[in-house]
Design a protein around this ligand. Structure first.
Ligand SMILES: Cc1cc2nc3c(=O)[nH]c(=O)nc-3n(C[C@H](O)[C@H](O)[C@H](O)COP(=O)(O)OP(=O)(O)OC[C@H]3O[C@@H](n4cnc5c(N)ncnc54)[C@H](O)[C@@H]3O)c2cc1C
Length: 293
């Protein structure tokens, strides 16, 4: 049973920020409701005021500039990202990720802003966008600020959003030359939330023979999407071989901090992290090699 609430509709960012400020003490923002309504139905969240931003056109956009990168407004639905030709051209891995996120019905209603603000550590966009070095911007009535996604995720279902703040957009920098990114989740039901996921982004040296930079992010493996920094360091300056993949996968699984729950034990999650890390690093390496030659 959902507890009674006052329903408030915001048609613009200004209206939303005014409402957030006015009801600072007890409110919840709702956009697609794909995550929030489940929590409300379970009685886990019972806001006095529900501030609806669905359909706010001002924050529904996909913009790309080759110098500054990609900007996706917070109320953009998953399906628009999946269908975007500009994203397919410059960040194809984002399109592939979206194709496997939930059902078409959920993708047609749920938004990128709602997904990130919900901060489920097993959410797909968080891990992948972190591998792409993305930032998010947010505003309250007084100011606008931006944070790296790594700083935005604070704990299980907790972000750095402060009271009165609205998430505005996701900003993804241009992809450096000779860089490839791979992402995959392991799930039992197709298109369901992953039990564990891994995103790997590799940049090769100019000669295309070694890794110059690596970003490895583990989803569903810690309270927040987690950068496996020791495993990343093992890749820098190295050529990827089967032996190195084995070592990097093992290190990533040690760096993970998974829980045991109804979906998987801690040990099984570590096993999945190792397997997926090896697979994603190999995939990114092989793709990057084709870009370098
Ligand atoms: C059946 C099902 C399957 C799913 N499978 C997957 C999956 O495979 N992978 C995956 O990643 N996700 C999955 N999800 C989760 C879901 O797709 C996302 O979490 C969804 O994108 C949330 O967006 P929303 O607009 O519906 O957010 P809402 O449910 O409206 O809000 C979610 C949270 O974000 C806050 N919020 C929303 N917008 C803003 C904003 N602009 N500023 C500040 N706070 C905001 C709300 O207050 C709330 O706390 C699934 C959901 C369902 C129902």
């Amino acid at each position: 049973m959902i507890r009674d609430f006052v329903y408030l509709k915001a048609g613009s960012v200004k209206e939303a920020l005014d409402l957030l400020d006015k009801h600072k003490d007890d409110y919840k923002i709702i956009c697609g409701g794909q995550s929030l309504l489940i929590l409300m139905r379970q009685g886990l969240v019972a806001p006095e005021n529900l501030i609806d931003i669905k359909g706010m056109k001002e924050l529904s956009y996909i913009k790309f500039n080759s110098k500054t990168g990609l900007r996706i407004g917070a109320t953009t639905i998953h399906r628009e990202i999946e269908k975007s030709s500009v994203i397919k051209k410059h960040y194809p891995v984002l399109v592939d990720m979206e194709k496997n996120l939930a059902s078409i019905q959920t993708r047609n209603w749920g938004t990128i802003g709602g997904n990130l603000a919900h901060a489920d550590p097993a959410g797909d966009p968080g891990a992948l966008l972190m591998a792409l070095n993305a930032r998010v911007s947010m505003a309250n009535k007084e100011r606008v600020r931006a944070l790296l996604l790594e700083e935005f995720f604070v704990d299980f279902f907790e972000t750095a959003l402060e009271e009165g703040e609205l998430l505005l957009e996701v900003q993804v920098p241009p992809v450096p030359p000779r860089t490839a990114t791979a992402y995959e989740k392991f799930n039992i039901i197709k298109n369901d939330q992953g039990i564990v996921s891994v995103a790997a982004s590799l940049t090769l040296n100019e000669d295309g023979l070694r890794c110059k930079d690596a970003r490895l992010v583990l989803g569903g493996s810690a309270p927040v999407p987690l950068r496996a920094k020791e495993a990343e360091a093992m890749l820098k300056g190295r050529k990827v071989t089967e032996g190195l993949l084995e070592q990097v996968g093992s290190r990533a699984s040690e760096e993970a901090d998974p829980v045991a729950d109804i979906h998987a034990s801690e040990g099984y999650r570590r096993h999945l992290v190792k397997a997926l890390t090896k697979r994603m690093v190999k995939r990114a390496w092989e793709h990057a090699r084709t870009l370098a030659h």
